[in-house]
Write a protein that binds this ligand. Sequence first.
Ligand code: PBG
Length: 339
Amino acid sequence: MHRLRRLRKSPALRELAAQVRLNLSNLVMPYFVSPGKKLRQPIKSLPGIFRLSEDELLKDVEGLKRSGINAIILFGIPRDKDDKATNAYDEKGIVQRAVASLKKNFPDLAVVSDVCLCGYTSHGHCGIIKAGHGLEVDNDETLKVLAKIALSHARAGADIVAPSSMMDGQVDAIRRGLDANGFEDTAIMGYSAKFASNFYGPFREAADSGMQFGDRKSYQMDFRNANEPLREIEADIQEGADIVMVKPALAYLDIIVRAKEKFNVPIAAYNVSGEYSMVKAYCQPPPRRGAAKAAKPETRSQKPEAEKELALEILTAIKRAGADIIISYWAKDAARWLK
Ligand code: PBG
């Protein structure tokens, strides 16, 4: 009989034959930065993740770097919002200031900044809403704003700007804006294949970017489609994206595989908030009902190492599918787990 199990029999052989290994240098840790001082505010829907003021962010990133992770993606939570997202490109805005002090304190840290309007608009949409058109997002007006936001981030020192609004032509508009102002070396990571997903729920609480009306289906992709993301990625590469992203990751591994086969730029995958929170919820000990019958960890999910094992399996699967770069709320924990 032909034996398939020979190489699984001992840890040494399994190690020898393992094809995919997580590498800390490919992981990106997301951060939410808020105005204020000494602020470390837990986010209910994202256990273990906080909204941090700039001083706390610096402290946290110092620890992150020490653990072996050297890349972050930054989301700002501004004090004020309006219908034109003017705070998003304020040279003294929350992200701009945080980026500048991060780069001052950690010059070799890879800083990615999210470029979108949704955290800065009063209505919560990722673009400018057309006057008198009900719910329609004005693609081309939004491009101008995105280019301004990206430029302000580049001026602050961001290494990579990451447009996530799913407007057509956003990479091109940003590339032109950067080049015209001498920021030829600022890279672009396109959120190229971004689906209208139910897995973003916890993030919207974290970033306070929920919509006042409507949904994002008129600009984010329909999850029933597999050709569309490839066309979006192709367009972003033509427009000058240095890195393209598939988002979410876990329910979209097929898209990562296809993107990896088809294109020869680095592929990033965003292991999004809902994917993280689902595991957190699953691993939580059951609520104590009456102290007498204290819950003992009976099921697999309740063992202390369950979260670690699930998270590492998920991250490894995303890498196995073909992601070169993985953005994950587990990045910091993974550094500890992989030690
Ligand atoms: C902003 C943005 C979103 C996420 C990243 N950038 C939210 C959205 O599009 O609704 C989601 C990230 C996550 O869920 O972890 N446009």
